[in-house]
Design a protein around this ligand. Structure first.
Ligand code: GLN
Length: 277
């Protein structure tokens, strides 16, 4: 079988489950199985493969069964970084990259201090640290997620620019007296009652990272109440929000007396809010 035929075989096997992403995922799987880069794979497409990798059928079956590709491969790309991921954390989404873009735009060339709340795999914290002069503290309630984030900091050689601490954002003693230039967060924001209707794939991810309480806004309410006093003057907060949460966020910010700018992702959906104090 040639590499091209192998790719077609995997693509056809996945099409029903992942639709338009089948070709992309087939390529990722082959690179993982063979150790080839995407370019090397493309250049060899008409060559015969030495043998069909043993893991192939197992990977296809797991993916057909709705397991996220990132969990199967144990890694994913986010903002140009290759990150470890496991069932302990949400898989980093490409849509979340706009949060990092906004953060970098805000930070510019400053030696800033940044706090990332609900850091999970550490993806936002690490992408900011890798692309700015900032030092970043990532916090999360989950020790298992923090273990992944720490592993990622070492893998990306960012240890020192980033550190992680276990903190419950909803607990009374969440933060001491520290102040930050920028606070970012992609908190759980799915309303509890909507979780049942999410795809099988999302159901493989930790509910702790998705469930935003009855109306999905528990974290934003808390953030707007306690975070302004943890910002340096001229500081800002940037949060990922759900595609249908624009009006709710605007209302919460209005009630808190804070200006709020909503922005969209590259799919055209509402994705985040910038709140300056
Ligand atoms: N964007 C995620 C999803 O669609 C939700 C992430 C979150 O709750 N922070 O599943």
């Amino acid at each position: 079988m040639t590499y091209f035929q192998f790719k077609k075989y995997i693509k056809d096997s996945l099409e029903e489950v992942v639709g338009e992403y089948a070709a992309y995922e087939a390529e990722k799987i082959i690179c993982h199985l063979t150790g080839l880069s995407r370019t090397a794979l493309s250049l060899r497409s008409r060559e015969e493969m030495p043998e069909t990798p043993k893991e192939t059928e197992n990977i296809i079956a797991r993916r057909q069964n709705g397991e996220p590709l990132a969990y199967i491969l144990g890694k994913t790309d986010f903002f140009g970084l290759e990150l470890y991921v496991s069932e302990a954390c949400l898989t980093p989404r490409a849509d979340t990259e706009v949060i990092v873009e906004r953060a970098l735009e805000f930070l510019g060339e400053r030696n800033a201090e940044v706090l990332d709340i609900c850091t999970g795999s550490g993806c936002i914290a690490l992408a900011i640290a890798a692309n700015s002069h900032a030092t970043v503290l990532g916090v999360d309630i989950s020790a298992a997620a923090l273990a992944v984030a720490e592993k990622n900091a070492k893998k990306c050689a960012l240890w020192g620019k980033v550190r992680f601490l276990q903190r419950d954002a909803l607990a009374a003693d969440f933060l001491d007296g520290e102040k930050y230039d920028l606070i970012v967060s992609n908190p759980p924001y799915i309303p509890t009652a909507d979780i049942a209707a999410l795809s099988a794939e999302v159901h493989r991810e930790p509910m702790l990272a998705l469930d935003g309480g009855a109306d999905g806004l528990v974290f934003y309410r808390r953030f707007l109440e306690i975070l302004p006093k943890h910002l340096k003057s001229g500081g800002a907060m940037i949060f990922e929000i759900g595609y249908d949460q624009e009006a709710a966020l605007r209302t919460l910010c209005e009630e808190a007396g804070l200006p709020c700018e909503i922005f969209r992702d590259y799919g055209g959906n509402v994705r985040g809010a910038v709140i300056k104090v």
